[in-house]
Write a protein that binds this ligand. Structure first.
Ligand code: ATP
Ligand code: MG
Length: 260
């Protein structure tokens, strides 16, 4: 059984990329074959696993435009079961270039279906918008994971996001599901965070992962070293929280975890 999980929130800087990188690294660590797909023109997931987009000739952009097959842009990450489809800044143009394509919402869906059975998990890191790239990320997914930052403004825009996901479900992908919300950058000393947490439980009853990601400096540092937290400081609180999240997701999806 293979799962395509897109990490989505149109709000910027909430921990989408940090979650996509570290969740996929731990899923691979537990013996799953994992493909991380970067569809954000910022290419943060690409650089976060140590790939400089300036040194790679081709990216998901060329695949979305039909110029290259997916396998030609696939790159190996630290573990051999962990692979990356890189993004590049040129991807920003795809929003316009695909506009007259009558299959424009299904570009990524069609591309990922060709390799779906080669992987246990495909994790898609989406940009901070609800543009055509993100719609492609939502349409391509079986399940949506929503990182929510534990801060006062976190709930802003969540209604619009859930509405967009529901529109895709009703009109394009009836089997699409929300996997759940994961709380990121949580600081238990901050009373405001607790308030947001209580409010969020009302928003997503039974759909919030128990593994809460704390604010942790090691998580901030690891992308500049081009490493997932697992390969940078696997004993840090940030690492342990993403390890727990990966296990929780594996358990939730009833997948056998091979080493955990
Ligand atoms: N739990 C955490 N603790 C400390 N820093 C974090 C944590 N999660 C993310 N960060 C840092 O916060 C910033 C934003 O995180 P990230 O890039 O993952 O968010 P994003 O939602 O992908 O952003 P964007 O919307 O721009 O794509 C980054 O500098 C990242 O290193
Ligand atoms: Mg990001």
């Amino acid at each position: 059984m293979s799962h395509i999980i897109s990490v989505v929130n149109q709000k910027g800087g909430v921990g989408k990329t940090t979650t996509a990188i570290n969740l996929s690294a731990y899923l691979a660590h537990f013996g799953n074959s994992v493909l991380l797909v970067d569809i954000d023109p910022q290419a943060n997931a690409t650089s976060g696993v140590g790939i400089d987009h300036r040194t790679i000739p081709k990216s998901i952009y060329h695949v979305l435009l039909g110029h290259l097959p997916l396998k030609e842009v696939m790159i190996n990450c630290d573990i051999k079961t962990h692979k990356l489809i890189p993004a590049s800044p040129s991807l920003a143009g795809a929003n316009i270039e695909l506009i007259s394509d009558n299959q424009r919402e299904f570009k990524l869906y069609n591309i990922l279906r060709q390799v779906k059975n080669d992987f246990d998990f495909i994790i898609v890191d989406c940009p901070p918008s609800l543009d055509l790239l993100t719609i492609n990320g939502i349409v391509a997914a079986d399940k949506i994971l929503i990182p929510v930052q534990a801060e006062y403004y976190a709930l802003e825009g969540l209604g619009q996001l859930l509405e967009t996901i529901n529109l895709v479900k009703e009109n394009l992908r009836p089997d699409l599901e929300i996997l759940g919300a994961v709380i990121t950058m949580y600081d238990k000393r901050n009373l405001l965070s607790k308030q947001v947490l209580d409010e969020l439980y009302k928003y997503f009853p039974a759909k919030i992962f128990r593994s809460v990601i704390p604010r942790n400096i090691r998580l901030t540092e690891s992308p500049s070293h081009g490493k997932a937290i697992l390969h940078y400081d696997n004993s840090s609180k940030g690492a342990k929280s993403y390890e727990r999240l990966a296990k929780e997701i594996i358990d939730y999806l009833s997948l056998p975890s091979l080493s955990g």
